[in-house]
Design a binder for this molecule. Structure first.
Ligand code: TRP
Length: 328
């Protein structure tokens, strides 16, 4: 019996933050520990160049995400762990798949529109083609399950559409990939608006942040007078309470909620306890990270061997696709 394949990846735009960890990497881990799945996790450096990037930092950022993966407990014995650009078949397949979807479909994606608004002077072909490259990442390995945040659902829909079209037109056997949702996947932003995001300054806590840094970041999170006749459902206080629930449990949240309706919440205490709770979760990850960081030879070996394993699958898929499509 062949195992179902899982593919996921993170853009190489710096280290991982708490939102990436709880929203995606915990899902990667869960699936990698399930013997029913063959898991492939990559750092997406070709996707990183679709928005403005610093050439002096690209390699370092890529390496940092690999270190974060390993620190979080991803195990090269159980999963293929590597870097996208080391397997050139990703771009090869992306070109082929780009013939199966319209420019208009790409232009209407919410993710594309957001990036156009953020970087109006950098609306490149690579940016427009981002979802096609992502479809290629997944289809190259015939993966059927993709652990990613809910914001990636429109991209998965594109991947499914392309898979269907390829199968109908050429008789390929691409599965239609589904999203795998993790439990505590929504990690609220420290700014009080939306979720933690690498592109929103002051919104996130990095996996490598020290206790002091976490305290400092939390101290900037917006609050209110600490009491009222209704617990806020939106904004800074609501986000803080969500974080309390995630890291200290729902009982703790309930205690703060009754204080809010009664004598009042002391936010300095809430924030300091929350910082400790978050740091306790990160400490073992940071310790693991140090070990790998001090052993770059091992990390290089993991990346290289991962690329070799991925290449074997990738080459086979390209061979099949070319045959089905009538290439020479
Ligand atoms: N677009 C994804 C994100 O921003 C990153 C990504 C690129 C990805 N290719 C992928 C995720 C393939 C899953 C599968 O999170």
């Amino acid at each position: 019996m062949t195992r179902k394949r899982v593919f996921s990846g993170t853009r190489a735009t710096g280290g991982l933050h708490l939102g990436n960890y709880l929203g995606a990497v915990k899902g990667y881990l869960e699936l990698s520990n399930d013997p029913g799945y063959e898991t492939i996790y990559m750092v997406m450096d070709l996707h990183a160049i679709t928005t403005p990037f610093d050439k002096d930092k690209l390699a370092e950022n890529t390496r940092n995400v690999v270190l974060d993966y390993l620190a979080c407990g991803l195990d090269p014995e159980k999963s293929i762990i590597t870097v996208q650009s080391l397997v050139p078949e990703h771009t090869y397949l992306a070109h082929i798949l780009s013939a199966e979807i319209s420019v208009a479909r790409m232009q209407h994606l919410p993710t594309f529109k957001e990036k156009v608004a953020q970087h109006p002077d950098n609306v490149t072909m690579a940016l427009l083609n981002y979802p096609v490259l992502m479809a290629a990442d997944i289809l190259l390995y015939k993966a059927s399950l993709v652990p990613v945040g809910v914001d990636q659902e429109p991209h998965l829909e594109v991947a499914r559409e392309i898979a269907r079209k390829m199968n109908q037109k050429y008789g390929t056997d691409f599965p239609e990939p589904k999203r795998f949702a993790t439990k505590g996947e929504y990690v609220p932003s420290l700014t009080g608006e939306g979720k933690m995001s690498k592109t929103v300054e002051g919104s996130f806590i990095n996996l490598t942040d020290s206790l002091e840094m976490i305290k400092k970041k939390l101290s900037g999170a917006p609050t209110d007078s600490g009491k009222g006749d209704k617990v806020p459902e939106k904004g800074g206080v609501a986000n803080l309470l969500q974080l309390v629930e995630l890291f200290e449990g729902s009982d703790k949240r309930k205690t703060f909620e009754s204080e809010y309706l009664g004598a009042g919440v002391r936010y300095d205490e809430l924030k300091s306890d929350l910082a400790e709770a978050i740091y306790n979760e990160l400490k073992p990850i940071q310790e693991q990270r140090e070990k790998y960081k001090n052993n770059p030879v091992l990390v290089d070996k993991i990346i290289k061997e991962g690329a070799e394993k991925a290449s074997q699958i990738a080459k086979q898929t390209i061979k099949e696709v070319k045959e089905e499509m009538g290439f020479i």
